[in-house]
Structures are given as C-alpha cells and as structure tokens.
Design a protein around this ligand. Structure first.
Ligand code: F6R
Length: 245
C-alpha cells in the first residue's frame, strides 16, 4: 500500500495524473469511478487535461460504483447527473461506454447481475477510484458487508443517510437504498486509488489503514490488495502517526 499526503490541490493533481497515466499506457482502459465531493477536483483537472490535449477518453470504458434506488437519472442528486455534469459531458468519452447501475430497474437483482457481467465482459477494471464514507464504507458497502459481495442492493445506514443529506434539500429526501458494486467487485480491480480529504475522515482513515482488516471497516480490506495508492490531504492523514506499515 502506497500512501501520498499533500494539500488538497496536490491530491487532485496526483489523482488526475494517475488516471491520465493509466489511459496513456492503455487507451482502452476500463475505469471504475466514484462520485461524492472527494473526486470533484480530480474530475475538474481531468477535464482541463483533456481540453489541453493531454488525454483522450475516446476508447475508455467506465463503470461507476453505485447509484441511489428510486430517484430519476435527471435528479440533481443522482450519480448519473453527477457524472454527466462533472466529467462525461466535458470529455470525448462515448456515452455508450459509460456505465452506472440503474437504480430504477424493475428487477434490481437482475440489474446487479447484469452489471457484474458487463464488468467481466469488458475485461475487468484496470483502475478503480474510491472515496471513503465516515463509517469506512467504499462504494455503498456499509460496515459488515461480506468481503465476498458482488454488485447488490443495499439499505443505507443512518450514518450514510446523514452524511449524504447535505446534497439533498432535506434529510427525508435521501434515498434509503442504493445499488453498489460489492467489495469483491472492487477488489478485483487491477489497481485501486482511494482518496480522502478533511478532518472528519481522519479517524476512519487511521482505522482503515492501520487497524485490523475487518468487515466492520469495509475500507480495511484494501490492506489485502497488492496495488493500492491512498491519497490523503493533511487533515485526512492527521490520525496516522506511523506510516511504516
Ligand atoms: C460514491 C461512493 C461513496 C463515497 C463516500 C465519500 O460513489 O461510492 O463511497 O465515495 O461516501 O463521499 P464524499 O466524497 O462525498 O465524502
């Protein structure tokens, strides 16, 4: 596990540079993407790099980690809307090569199976970008999710509903369920980059990186992956006292 600590701007630049490096080494890369406030700066820089002619997404395929159940794709808080406005519409990616779980599918379990099949058919994820929830979730894999889990429907915990209420007009509007790639789906990626920013993430980052590997802290599973980069701003890193691990 490699750990980088820097300013928020350093984190955004490194995250974007790692993605550009991946695409340059394999123009038809399959990227696993995250939403939320953490990757916004990375996506802004990717758009700049695309506009400067540094990178083309023309042959890239993407799979997003998750989507809420039961809000329209056009809803400003949907992850479809997030990806479109933060990245996809600003770069030369083929919209048919972008994938986000359908949280309005009639049969959500069939949608989950289809999503896994599509990832497998694409050859698997080359580079998976992750944020981390205050309770240690990755994707929407809440504490106690089995490490063997594939894409599935999840009941969001109060911690996640509270954390995400800031994006909605009211707490009541936050969906109670989501479709998320599972922990196993994430761990199958060939390389993983987890980004965390801000003091509220410091404690969970310390537990994820230095604590025992346990489903109680889903992100701790990353200690078992052979190719992980953790990108932290100084505040998120403030709970780490010994980085020798
Ligand atoms: C988003 C996702 C979540 C977020 C996490 C952190 O697609 O899968 O795991 O990465 O909730 O969210 P922010 O970045 O808003 O703190």
């Amino acid at each position: 596990m490699e750990i980088f600590i820097g300013t928020e701007a350093d984190c955004d630049e490194l995250g974007a540079r790692e993605i550009v490096k991946q695409i340059k080494s394999k123009p038809d890369s399959v990227l696993g993407l995250a939403t939320g406030s953490t990757p916004e700066g990375i996506y802004r820089r990717l758009v700049e790099k695309h506009k400067n002619g540094e990178v083309s997404f023309a042959r890239v395929k993407t799979f997003n980690l998750d989507e809420y159940v039961g809000i329209p794709e056009s809803h400003v808080c949907s992850y479809h809307y997030f990806m479109d406005t933060n990245l996809f519409r600003h770069v030369d990616i083929d919209p048919n090569a972008t994938h986000i779980p359908d949280g309005n599918a009639m049969d959500l379990n069939a949608e989950c199976r289809k999503y896994e099949e599509m990832i497998a058919q694409s050859g698997g994820i080359d580079l998976q970008l992750l944020g981390i929830g205050p309770n240690g979730h990755i994707g929407f894999n809440e504490p106690e999710t089995p490490f063997e889990s594939l894409t599935h429907v999840v009941d969001l915990t109060d911690s996640t509903i509270n954390a995400n209420a800031r994006f909605f007009e009211s707490h009541e509007q936050v969906p109670r369920q989501a479709v998320t790639m599972g922990i196993k789906s994430i761990m199958q990626a060939r390389r993983i980059i987890l980004v965390a920013k801000g003091a509220p993430k410091a404690h969970v980052i310390m537990r994820a990186i230095k604590g025992p590997v346990t489903p109680k802290v889903p992100a701790s599973v990353l200690q078992l992956h052979p190719n992980v980069l953790i990108i932290l701003d100084h505040d998120a890193a403030s709970g780490l006292t010994d980085l020798s691990k």
